[in-house]
Design a protein around this ligand. Structure first.
Ligand code: GAP
Length: 459
């Protein structure tokens, strides 16, 4: 059963995965911090994506471009003029609402790509059924397009910087397009090839709901694949297949994934499909796979004056490459992975355990090491030496607090696949017990066998 969002939020807070930002000041809407286990999980998600995209794809290279770019980048991309959501205000409580979302909630198909006039027509037609989520009123202003780019005064020392703002990037892929030529000139890449990047993006999202699903400061993992125009359609289909298979190989349950095709396309897209995940609030976009045509390189050629067309070294044909994009949020992957792993199990009469059945590669801690008792120096020293020898290779946790049963439950809640207990028998024969998170079964192996056991079982 899919857990409720409250259940996930509460686990994240209780076990140090995610905290609301600036919580002692009552929080800061749609901004969140990763706690100790959140940092580990997020890093493992980045690593899995980075390896799938670059280590396992010989013709994709990595990039880490800066958050700030020349402001003209955002004019060329179309974000300054067209990156907006339809916003209305409740006339009673003055909450700001996203009109396309309110329409969707009453079963009316709408999205942010519609014009102001189209949205207002639908809004007027269904007003009687639409209520303010905060106060229940039905009295709203008209919808207006609200630009989502976050502005800053970086490098502008005048008092009136809003006239010429710089922007915190609204998507990471623009850093890839403006480095297309650099990568071609400095590596052996030839079309077809891809550039992959992980990094922060910022959007002034109108509504702050659904926990880390929709943040104002979030992280994207985007890959842009540059192809000959004739190859774009086939390459697009092959990336769609690869990306869906990636989530399955990551360990996400197939029944919680599905495709959604966009009918109303954004200005740059020739085709757009989303991989949706069954979040606690229903199936919603996890990743977008887009055929962007030659829009991006053409726009940046026009605005920068630098020709970004490509000359094929074999045929000498000159053309503007088309781009196939795969774009996923780290935070949405994080939420999907936690939702998928969350399990409540009855282990005995009146005894339920919460266990995160995370894919082992993603688990924040791979092994917990317990001395059976903490008042026996030989046992504690042995446990510490096991912990120290393995912590060079894995994230290992040492825990000597409370009884072993409670320690197991704590590790279950953070998804630790294995717990090793050092006990009296260890002092005699150098063996330990290994307890499996999912089956709760225990086996006894020698300490010398432990590294090979982990290599074999944590793939
Ligand atoms: N470059 C294309 C692009 O940015 P998008 O559909 O706007 O497309 C891509 O975003 C992905 O980024 C989404 O599928 C989602 O996973 C993530 N994302 C977008 N907005 C987000 C937000 N406010 N909070 C968290 N993740 C977000």
């Amino acid at each position: 059963m899919t857990p409720t969002l409250d259940t996930i939020v509460s686990l994240c807070k209780r076990r140090g995965f995610v905290y609301p930002s600036s919580e002692i000041y009552d929080g800061f809407a749609a901004v969140y911090d990763f706690g100790p286990y959140g940092v580990e999980l997020a890093q493992n998600i980045r690593t899995a994506w980075h390896r799938a995209m670059t280590w396992q794809e010989p013709n994709i290279v990595a990039l880490d471009s800066a958050i700030f770019m020349h402001p003209k980048v955002w004019e060329a991309s179309g974000h300054v003029s067209g990156f907006s959501d339809p916003l209305a205000e409740c006339r009673v409580c003055h909450s700001r609402v996203r009109v396309d979302h309110l329409l969707e909630e009453v079963g009316v198909q709408a999205d942010e790509k519609m014009t102001e006039a189209q949205i207002n027509e639908l809004f007027a037609a269904h007003k009687a059924r639409i209520k303010c989520p905060k106060c229940g009123s039905k009295d709203f202003t008209e919808a207006k397009s609200f630009n989502l780019l976050v502005q800053s005064n970086l490098g502008n020392f005048t008092g009136d910087w809003t006239q010429e703002p710089t922007y915190l990037r609204g998507e990471t892929c623009q850093g890839i397009y403006v480095n297309f030529k650099n990568i071609l000139d400095s590596t052996r890449m030839k079309v077809p090839f891809g550039i992959a990047q992980i990094g922060k993006a910022f959007r002034n999202e109108i509504t702050a709901r659904q926990f880390i699903f929709r943040k104002r400061e979030f992280e994207q993992m985007e890959m842009q694949y540059f192809v000959h125009p004739d190859a774009a359609a086939d390459t697009y289909e092959s990336w769609r297949t690869k990306r869906f298979d990636y989530y399955i190989s990551l360990g996400i349950k197939p029944e919680n994934l599905r495709w959604h095709q966009h009918e109303n396309l954004v200005f740059y897209a020739r085709a757009a499909w989303d991989i949706e995940y069954n979040f606690p609030f229903g199936f919603k976009e996890l990743e977008g796979v887009h055929n962007r045509g030659d829009y991006d390189l053409t726009q940046h050629t026009k605005f920068s004056g630098v020709d970004l067309s490509y000359r094929d070294p074999h045929t000498s044909e000159v053309y503007m490459p088309h781009i196939i994009e795969t774009s996923v949020g780290l935070d949405r992957t994080f939420l999907a992975v936690l939702t998928d792993a969350y399990t409540e199990e009855q282990v005995a009469e009146g005894d339920t355990r919460v266990v995160l059945k995370l894919p082992k590669t993603l688990a924040p801690v791979k092994l917990a090491v317990f001395p059976l008792v903490k008042n026996k120096p030989d046992i504690v020293a042995k446990a510490l030496s096991v912990y120290q020898s393995l912590s060079k290779t894995y994230k290992v946790e040492f825990d000597d607090n409370g009884n072993v049963g409670k320690r197991y439950r704590r590790q279950d809640e953070i998804g630790t696949p294995y717990c090793a207990t050092i006990d009296y028998q260890t002092l005699e024969d150098d063996t330990i017990t290994i307890r499996d998170r999912d089956t709760m079964e225990q086996i006894r192996i020698s300490i010398a066998e432990l590294p090979a056991f982990l290599v074999k079982n944590i793939v």
